[in-house]
Design a protein around this ligand. Structure first.
Ligand SMILES: [Zn+2]
Ligand SMILES: [Zn+2]
Length: 268
């Protein structure tokens, strides 16, 4: 069995618990590949630097809706993304999207950042990692009005089944995180039943949202099997089959060669 963590923030490892250790622990738990998601332009370069060292790490570049600030330097920052797009290493734009849970960035600024990044994804034929929190209607409207990029990933789905349905009609992938395992997450679990099998992804969103058995701890990719187990129970599937399916789905969602899997045991 091998697992793909389709969304984590490996750059937030620290001296006390360095990224080498995250990756080692992950490997010990059969988590072998990682989409390392950026939250701003500086962080994108850090993700890329990690990917240069670790071939199992795949970087994205983008600005999170909560990291757009007051929008005062928005134009210049979006131009920075524009220049970053020319680098060849990215597997996706993001994370971008809309977040009305925290509104220290206005909805207008969020929308401008989001639509710019959608256009960037289309222009460079990149996948798009979409963050959507308490903002399903607005996110959907923007995707429909601007035309969604071909490969969109709704990461850490936390909405209701009714909110999810119109996104599924757009042909997006849907990724489930540790909050799938929380006692009060019935709406997320009902959503997880609706997603077509070939659109299902798993993620940790580490260091956030540790799954129930590890709740309260700092999350890390090694904890992904707990979310796999929960999703397997919801879908009435074997965890081994589900691991294989979600691994392959992640490769497709990010256009990563299925056989780029790391063979850490080879000593050649
Ligand atoms: Zn997010
Ligand atoms: Zn994230």
């Amino acid at each position: 069995m091998k697992l793909f963590d389709s969304h984590c923030h490996l750059t937030w490892a620290d001296d006390q618990y360095p990224v080498e250790e995250w990756l080692q622990q992950a490997h010990a738990n059969q988590v072998e590949q990682f989409i390392c998601v950026a939250v701003d332009e500086k962080n994108a370069l850090e993700c890329k630097a990690l990917a240069d060292i670790f071939p199992q790490v795949h970087p994205t570049f983008g600005i999170h809706p909560n990291d757009l600030g007051d929008g005062s330097e928005l134009a210049a920052r979006l131009q920075t993304l524009n220049s970053l797009a020319k680098e060849t290493s990215w597997v996706a734009v993001g994370e971008t999207g809309m977040d009305f849970f925290r509104e220290h960035t206005t909805r207008e600024v969020q929308e401008e950042g989001f639509t710019f990044q959608l256009e960037l994804a289309k222009e460079w034929d990149l996948s798009t990692v979409i963050h959507c929190r308490d903002a399903a209607d607005a996110t959907l409207a923007i995707l429909k009005n601007h035309g969604n990029p071909e490969r969109c990933i709704m990461h850490c789905w936390s909405g209701s089944p009714d909110e999810l349905k119109p996104f599924l009609d757009l042909g997006v992938w849907v990724s489930f995180a540790g909050n799938l395992t929380y006692p009060k997450s019935d709406a997320i679990r009902q959503s997880a039943q609706l997603v077509p099998e070939h659109r299902l992804l798993l993620e940790t969103d580490a260091p956030f949202l540790a799954p129930q058995p590890k709740r309260g701890k700092r999350n890390e990719p090694a904890f992904l099997p707990h979310t796999l187990q929960a999703l397997a129970e919801i879908r009435k599937m074997s965890p081994i089959d589900l691991a294989e399916i979600t691994y392959q789905n992640t490769c497709e969602a990010f256009e990563i060669s299925f056989h780029s899997g790391i063979e850490v045991d080879t000593d050649t």
